[in-house]
Design a protein around this ligand. Structure first.
Ligand code: ATP
Ligand code: MG
Length: 257
């Protein structure tokens, strides 16, 4: 297994220990190499927390994550994260933002610019390379975040509601673009979303979270043919797609009831 999440739990606390909040109960998951896994669940159930732990940005209170057999204890060059809140550097242009992690990795200047340009082109933003974040729309910022993640050619991609800020039409196009990108350049993806349709369309497996502290409440294999982007309408209107969607909705409603 590529990613092993072993009995992780997490408690946020103030520096002085005055306020303690149990965000994640005990979570264990094994994620296969090359698979696309969606995490779905109500707000506040610990999805972002789990993603940050898996990527080494947050140290869990208990348990451990192993990636390719190695214990995660910080960020690594073969992993990239697309953040829920973009996290762009306001004093850098779109290109400068995409170059940033390459710079941290010590990639030479000319090569860096070349890789960053290519990544921006992949998300349709080549003409906006010189724009600063405050001149970009929410959707464009999100795409810069996506380009920044793809620019480092990661093996593991952690995506936290990457399309949450997009309008529904652009969102569907971005889903298709993402599937196309992954087809030529396979990665293991952990993708958080609030959208049931998005999860079923993209994923090989949907892991449903719920409760507070958050835990896994369902783990559903999505057995739909790939590639899914070629005839996305046929996939989305197929009886099996509808069955998955209804099943997941029913479970979600039970959570929220
Ligand atoms: N840095 C922090 N310090 C204290 N509590 C936190 C911190 N980050 C998150 N929490 C709390 O932990 C819980 C889980 O947060 P998390 O961001 O992981 O949820 P989520 O499932 O990603 O929610 P959403 O769908 O709204 O993004 C929430 O109750 C939140 O208030
Ligand atoms: Mg979140």
């Amino acid at each position: 297994m590529a990613i092993e999440i072993n009995a992780i739990s997490h408690r946020y606390e103030n520096q002085d220990g005055s306020r303690v909040f149990q965000a994640l109960g005990e979570v264990s998951l094994s994620i296969a190499a090359g698979s696309f896994v969606c995490l779905l669940g109500p707000s506040g159930c610990g999805k972002t927390t789990l993603l940050r732990i898996a990527n080494g940005l947050v140290r869990p209170s208990h348990g451990e994550v192993r990636i390719d057999g190695v214990r995660v204890d910080g960020p690594a060059a073969n992993r990239a994260m697309v953040f829920q809140e973009f996290n762009l550097l306001p004093w850098r242009t779109a290109l400068g933002n995409v170059e940033f992690p390459l710079e941290l990795q010590g990639v030479a200047k000319a090569r860096r610019a070349d890789l960053a340009q290519r990544a921006l082109a992949q998300v349709g933003l080549e003409r906006f390379a010189d724009f600063y974040p405050h001149k970009l729309s929410g959707g464009m910022k999100q795409r810069v975040g996506l380009a920044r993640a793809f620019g480092v050619a990661p093996t593991y991609l952690f995506m936290d509601e990457p399309f949450g800020a997009l309008d529904p039409q652009i969102r569907e196009l971005m889903q298709i673009d993402l599937l196309k990108l992954l087809e030529t350049d396979m990665k293991t993806v952990l993708f958080v979303t609030h959208s049931v349709d998005e999860a079923v369309f993209l994923a090989d497996r949907v892991i449903m979270f719920g409760g507070s502290p958050g835990q896994v409440i369902a783990d559903i294999d999505i057995d739909l043919p790939r590639p899914r982007w070629q005839d996305d309408e046929a996939i989305k209107t197929s009886p099996r797609f509808t069955e998955y969607r209804n099943d997941i909705w029913r479970r979600l409603k039970r959570q929220l009831a």
